[in-house]
Design a protein around this ligand. Sequence first.
Ligand SMILES: Nc1ncnc2c1ncn2[C@@H]1O[C@H](COP(=O)(O)OP(=O)(O)OP(=O)(O)O)[C@@H](O)[C@H]1O
Ligand SMILES: [Mg+2]
Length: 599
Amino acid sequence: MPKIQIMSDLLSNRIAAGEVVQRPASVVKELIENSLDAEANEIIIHIEDGGRELIRVTDNGTGMERDDLLLAFEQHATSKLFDFEDLTSIKTLGFRGEALASIASVSRIDARTCNNDRSEGFRLLMNGGKVDRLEAFAMKQGTSVTVRNLFFNTPARKKFLKSANSEYRYIVETIRRFALGSPNIRFHLTADGKDVFILPPSDLNDRLRQLFSPRYSENLVTVHQEEPPFVLKGYLGLRELVRRKGGEQYLFVNGRLVSDRMMNSAVYSAFGHNLDKGEFPFFLLFITLPPEDVDVNVHPAKTEVKFRNEWQIYQFIRRCTEFTLKDFPGKSPVENIDFRSFVSGGQSPISVPPRLDGEQMTLASQEAGEKSNPSEPSLSVEPENFSLDERIRRFEESIMGSPDSSPSPLMTEKNFWQAHGKYIFTQISSGVVVIDQRAAHTRILYDRSLKALQTASSASSQQLLFPVTIDMSPDDFSILLEIVPSLEKLGFSMREFGKNSILIEAVPADLQWLDEGRIILQILDDYKESRRLHNPVSEKIALAYAERAAIRRGESMTPAEMQRLTDELFQTENPYLSPKGKPVIIRLTLNELDRRFDR
Ligand SMILES: Nc1ncnc2c1ncn2[C@@H]1O[C@H](COP(=O)(O)OP(=O)(O)OP(=O)(O)O)[C@@H](O)[C@H]1O
Ligand SMILES: [Mg+2]
């Protein structure tokens, strides 16, 4: 008896499944790729229990005929690759003919498909890779694959699945990536019967707006460079979108999203001094090159590729991004970018689709207590824009009790300059004013939070597209429970999620400079520190929140933001002092300047 035997298909499929299918999100990825390869322009994804219970992807693509439906679930059955030559020039997302076989081997399948307009379709039921039934089935053209009980027959792998919520987040992120890569396709995701998002077909610019907060589209530059046979198109995020963690670097190679550290670093290096170590810029880039210049067959999940001449591509990407960025030196935001330079068809969209992450609030969002109206962008609280002179005068009068007088000219954005990413300079009639941006913002947030905490109303919040879970120690968890009511008044919305962990579903509307998850832990830390102190809980929490959420030193601000900040500052209790008692504003009078210049 020879020792070596050929494995059964079932066994080899299951082994392949280990590589192809790591989690529910991998199933979603493979099914969406198949739908895109089948030329669908509408893809509906339905999941239950984070995809652990059920995943269904339905498309309106070409569909399959009866025999192909059966074959599709056989290993090495593909309609996309016929000979060795084809392997060197792959134009479809799939090509191995193993995804469906692998998925089927570790789940229960209900696949339905129809390739004609006579509703003559078929339905195939499978269990752990074995065919149960194949029957005629009436449906409109397209394909729908339902995957139930993933890993039901591989308990060890099932154990490695994370909570429904984590798996859900992986799935949302997967779909989000496809949605970015194929803006012309309609994506619809429902989870446990509820709509998560519906993305109508659009151009890249609008798709970005659908998926990211408005801050993104306000801080992008368009890249479009051609050096035949290479083309690079897309968007680069400016300084404002730089984050301390990666994950927002999207590179599509011939339509396939890949992760490639070398090409990422090509972009990073183009930022030069504007990017510190450990900082990651946002980018969404599409590179097109001859299919034979890139080998996509190097990774089981097809998420990595090998470029035939990687240095050439590296240099190309670097040159293009450098060229694009050179017109935007430093940290200034860009205005009036033509986002439509490569939209499909070039027509401008009729309406802006609803945003997924709630309305982003401006610094001058709204007074505590005022509920935000999601259909209406928030306005500055003060209708008339008084000059800064006027504000200062009014403030001093309010302390000194002297009579009101007529307002001076409008305060305009043009009068604001930012220095070193931390000080705001502006001119007033008696001299110049320097404002510490962080101290000012802390004062504003502190006043607003305190007001929310001390009155019946709560501050407005923005829903998170990806709810964040935080695990903590039992001690921390019990302290957190003490302050949850206060946090909710500030605009956080959270619920208990398993033992000692919480799920953050919404954050205060004015929280826009940081990581949503971390701030809760930071507030908790500050609160723990201050528990010994005797001031009221509301003050402690307002202070912790203001300190943690205020704009950092080093963050650049647009003139409009500086104007709003100043505007808001003068509506606080004490614009001159931060909640911790540090100066916020320094005034240099003309007299003093004249004296120092010996005039
Ligand atoms: N949604 C769909 N619409 C039409 N045909 C499909 C669909 N999904 C799968 N097929 C057919 O089934 C075949 C097998 O799909 P499968 O995903 O297993 O392999 P593949 O896409 O060819 O390669 P890969 O394993 O790299 O994904 C495809 O080649 C295609 O012909
Ligand atoms: Mg496939």
